[in-house]
Design a protein around this ligand. Sequence first.
Ligand SMILES: [Zn+2]
Length: 679
Amino acid sequence: MDPKFKRTIVTAALPYANGPVHIGHLAGCYLPADIYVRYLRSSGHDVKYICGSDEHGVPITIKAKKEGITPQAVVDKYHKIMGDAFREFGISFDIYSRTSSRVHHQTASDFFKTLYDKHVFTEQVTEQYFDETAQQFLADRYIVGTCPKCGNPNAYGDQCERCGTSLSPTELIEPHSTLSGSKPVLKKTKNWFLPLDKLSPKIKAYIESHSDWKPNVYGQCKSWLDSGDGLQPRAMTRDLDWGVPVPVEGAEGKVLYVWFDAPIGYISATKELLPDTWEDYWKSKDSRLIHFIGKDNIVFHCIIFPSMLMEHGGFVLPDNVPANEFLNLEGDKISTSRNWAVWLHEYLQDFKGKQDVLRYTLCANAPETKDNDFTWKDFQAKNNSELVAIFGNFINRTLVLTHKYYEGKIPAANTYTKEDLLVLEELAKAPDKISKAIEQFRFREAVSEWMNVARLGNKYLADTEPWKLIRTDEERVKTIMNIALQISCNLAILGEPFLPFTSKKLFELLNMQPLRWFSAKQTNNMAAGHTINKDELLFSKVEDTDIQVQLDKLQKSKAENEAAKPAPAAKPETSFDDFSKMDIRTATILEAEAVPKTDKLLKLLLDTGIDKRTVVSGIAAWYKPQDIIGHKVCLLVNLAPRKIKGIESQGMILMAENAKGELSFVSPVKDMENGSVVK
Ligand SMILES: [Zn+2]
């Protein structure tokens, strides 16, 4: 830690209050920030961990409309769910506030007014869609119409969710307002813009003075600054009725842009926490500001917020922004709308008392330099093969043997062998290795160095085998067990940032008050003669059945998503002549058998009314041969024959296929003679 800093403010991105928190959020910023903060606290550094719910913006108003409740009711609900889950997971915020608070509204409003009075903003009149029935301007999401690309009649003004095309409301065919259904009209409106183009040289100098930032963050900032058009002015106000009202004349019906007010939330939350001393943290040169975020927020924290702070004056600027990449789930992007996620509040229910297992897995797999994947199999392996088999096994052996041989009293070490000295030397090096990794935001490396200490202990016991030696050399065993206990104690100290629940429990088992980080540089923290508490297992195995429950849950989401998928878009127009070239007849299945060495195909004999013929059909997953004999189907009889698995197939049975890929025969509702023409 750079000694010029006396204080640190650590912020984690304000989570958006229109849904609960999932593992992608945790791995992106809340967990790494928590590890960082816990490490600084343990090192005796003055640090404050600031966060809160982001409660403004259009998506919250849309959710409220959909559910027929007020925006305030939406944010109240999620503020509580998120706050409770974070707390239970051991995210050790000093304050978890919210942007609908009075302090925040006042702070954000004053901040805007200061910039306004300093003539920082430019005013621009633009044309925006307006709903004349509802008498209000419409955010892009409030406008729906037909997608010009795929014909989806429910495309939004910013995106078509069927074909994924980004749109602007002007591109929609027959746009209408979701508020009143009326056709929106373009109307002039004035908004206040932050002239990032003009501020660009200052921002550039600021970014370039931080070339030590993580390459993914620095690189992204540079590419915005240096790309073709460079930075563009951005509107800092919106025509909306949910948010912080714009505090200037002529701005009725407008609120601050949610990305203007949200980062100010870090300041207002600090104010709330420290009404008398918050300025020591935000306005003093020996204070350091660090934003933990996910990569989608880089522009707001590295460019927009610093510009706001610079133009306001008096504030420290972010000293580092260690943004993470994204975490995927079982090989697929985490998605709230598709319910493809592991929700924190559900995890805490399903895996009671296992917070540290998820903390460990997410840290060991953190998407620090590239997107990464969370899988339940890997979660199970991290628990069973590392936390249980290495760390847990070492601690358990040490505690059990101490009770067995010495009734829980720590034996004194006598003569150290060369092997002992090497182990102690290695142990003493661990805190610096872990510190260095944490201070450089390399949390994966840090947690793996910690696990290496457990490996060291586990190997030491396996090599020295005190359980055998006890029969021949009791004195030697005392030294071995003393060393094993010192390793256990240092594991408790060094593990606290990563596994706070386990560290606390381990200190309890060792019958000790928690020790600070610097103590781990010593290898004699446990005095001979001190009595430890009765042993208890720190971790238990995660069984296959536990994992299957989670996989089933995801499978269910997948099935529901597929069922909810809109029908595929219509094909291009065809002519009646083209259609009438197809000779489709009703037919009856006379015989059916599986085609050997395949699991999809059935060989069918059909009576078509014209003849009896063989058809091979890929329906084995949906129909058993014995169930379909006598079934009436429709058959394309003039399809050119072709050989499938050595059998000549003469025609094709008509099947309906749904979004899940399930197949069903298409059959006449009324009994029709074989050979009846389908037209
Ligand atoms: Zn589309």
